[in-house]
Design a protein around this ligand. Sequence first.
Ligand SMILES: [Zn+2]
Length: 628
Amino acid sequence: MTVSLKQPVFEPLPLGAIKPAGWLLGQLRIQANGLTGHLEEHWADVGPDNGWIGGKGESWERGPYYVDGLLPLAYLLGDEKLIAKANRWVEWSLASQKENGDFGPGRIETVNNDVDKQQDWWHFMIMLKVLTQHAEATGDERIVPFLERYFRYVRGTIEQRPLQGWAKVRGAEMLLSIFWLHERTQDSSLLELARIVASQTTDWTTIYHDFPFWRKVKEWDWRTHVVNVAMGLKTPAMMYRLSGDEREHAAVHRGIDSLMTYHGQAHGMFSGDEWLSGTHPSQGVELCAVVEYMFTMEQLAKVFGEGRYGDILEKVAFNALPAAITADWTAHQYDQQVNQIMCNVAPRPWSNGPEANLFGLEPNFGCCTANMHQGWPKLAANLWMGDGAGGLAAVSYAPCTVRATVGSGAKLELDVSGEYPFLEQIGLSLRLSRTERFALRLRIPAWCTNPQLTVNGERIVLPEAERGYVAALREWSDGDKAVLELPMEVRTSSRHLHAVSVERGPLVYVLPIRESWQLLRERERFHDWEVYPASPWKYGLEEGTEFAVQVSDDVPAQPFESQHAPVRLTATGRLVRNWKMEKNNAGTPPLNPDVAGQPAVKLELVPYGSARLRIGEFPLIRQHYDKL
Ligand SMILES: [Zn+2]
């Protein structure tokens, strides 16, 4: 057992050091003008009666969830109104601290899932993440002593009131804040507390190392709840920081492999329409799982410094995240489906209710309404990290400006342009206070076989990527311009029962189905909608079809709208006569598609995240069926 905390390979930059640009800035503004910026006025659960601002209403996870996304969004945009909204929650929490160090709403009325919420630690863990982000963004000196007092309180009580329920499976979220404080105070008693919290947390390492959940799960089990699974994957990384044990690291990789083998879907997530749900493309995945898996990938990138987590983060962020939210950010889904042909009130073969794939304010259950806001802001805040050796490492190439101190103290401003992932060329422009030797560690995605780098127009020969990275280590000067080109080939993968999905770079491409939006419940601003198909959906792809790529250099402010998609692929397909609807879903893509009499047609495919009705896993039409 080590007595110190293992250093992460990468060091995140403080919130505010990275400013979003290009389409990502557009995305954050749309979010601010939609649900995130206005939820308090339209949803009582995070309104003025919320317990985390002194009211008598919701006092559990919803307030902290909401601010966990609102606060970073506010600082990334530098939006004073949103900062004021976030501050109200922060200030109430700070003022609520009692002499014994405890804080937060005192009494909680409701009881859920056998956990007496007065005994629950879970919702506090979220507010701790809010407070650490607040401290990074503002330098507020009250946060460190506040956390010191709180963790002394936790140390004094947690053995009598151990983690249970949600807190037990999500104990790693508390470890994040304990480690954050330890990095600032070096107080060794925090590591003692961390070991107690770790010992009370579900043993995710064993679960991921020897993954036992091979089938669709139908019964309540904390360990197969899709959000817990998405969050739990960071637990071995937290344990690794405490122990340095390589088995923890192995468990992360083995866990990802197993999840994708037994439950993986085309968008880069594993399924979970409450419980892990297998690979069928009509099973759903919950939006909370999407944003939590992204946050987990950001933590794994930090601890292990491997490119794989950036690959997964991009795939989920650029596909599954935008797909579940309307382009104007006024409605979201609880469950999204890869093959999503109809979003309506209807029973489906999942554990969630008949409203789970509607677009609306709180379809099925309000957790995602509160929790969805962290997705884009935390991605933006983690696009680049310090590499631990005075340089910078790219976690993702979405457009932004990074401010950091590099080398032996030079000030750097790095502009990342190029509208990746829609375009293949990433521009890196450096403004430096002085010439300085340091590395830009560039993530080379696993899908890219032929990356090219030029610096000031001169081609640099890149070494083989190691753990997903190459280092451009050199004397950098003010005004230097590098261009990283990541050529994106179209590729197909074989999925559930030999259905195929189509990818190019980190984007998944789908057949959009024309959408007929029907108002189901009108509210003042955030309505509920059913979406019905207004064009045929049952197309298969011809085996060996050519894919033509059309790219528009003009990437719109909202690129996740199918009619304005900046990249389109065309391919050849046919209507599949024996592809049926089953239980209000697209049925299993037929293994032997019947296309007799159906002409070959040109299909136009768009990015997954831009089509709210779509086919993303296609039956494969093999040539010999023509001859039957
Ligand atoms: Zn949720």
